[in-house]
Design a protein around this ligand. Structure first.
Ligand SMILES: [Zn+2]
Length: 196
């Protein structure tokens, strides 16, 4: 799940470890009304128990149990699939912290997963699979490159797909891409290997 979410979502490891279940709107027509298709809201929180933090600080709020705001990022079908598999087979039923990723082994089992532990797992997996030293940022770079290729070199799309804070000139001249822009949707579908 972690690899799928890093590869298809282009998340920073801090963003991924900082996700709360309430940030995930994976069904069509979420109550937030901010994006029709599956998405997550990246929300900066200073006080996560695992100290993971989203870098972006867009304002967010919870109204009547529904999260609004933060930075909306699209979610691929493969991400949803791995999420449901993880939630039904691995996620501890008695977790009260509400965070998405938890420690699976050891004395901290069930506690929110720290970014250092996530990095360590990926590093060990890389060594075990003879892939050399694996760094979570590699997926983010790969994601950006794929979106750039799939969108015909559209740097604004690539930037917004990964939530990069941008060079201000690009912002001023081109603005932002609408997450429902058909070209953007098509680019993501290509990256995710989905039919348009
Ligand atoms: Zn939403």
């Amino acid at each position: 799940m972690v690899v799928t979410w890093l590869g298809d979502g282009g998340f920073r490891i801090g963003e991924l470890c900082g996700l709360h279940l309430i940030d995930l709107h994976l069904r069509e027509g979420s109550a937030c009304g901010e994006c029709r298709t599956a998405h997550v809201h990246l929300c900066h929180r200073e006080l996560n128990p695992n100290r993971a933090r989203a870098k972006v600080k867009h304002p967010w709020t919870i109204e009547h149990g529904v999260l609004h705001g933060g930075l909306v990022r699209r979610v691929s079908p493969a991400m949803i699939h791995t999420y449901f598999e993880y939630m039904t087979t691995e996620y501890p039923r008695d977790a009260e912290h509400g965070m998405l990723l938890v420690q699976m082994h050891g004395p901290r089992r069930g506690q929110p997963w720290a970014t250092a532990a996530a990095r360590g797992m990926l590093r060990r997996a890389g060594i075990r699979l003879d892939l050399g030293r694996i760094h979570p940022h590699q997926w983010r770079h790969g994601f950006a490159t794929s979106v750039l290729d799939a969108s015909g070199g559209n740097t604004v799309m690539a930037r917004d797909a990964g939530g990069w804070a941008s060079a201000t000139t690009v912002d001023v001249i081109y603005g932002h891409v609408d997450v429902h822009d058909p070209a953007f949707v098509a680019a993501l579908n290509t990256v995710w290997g989905e039919q348009a």
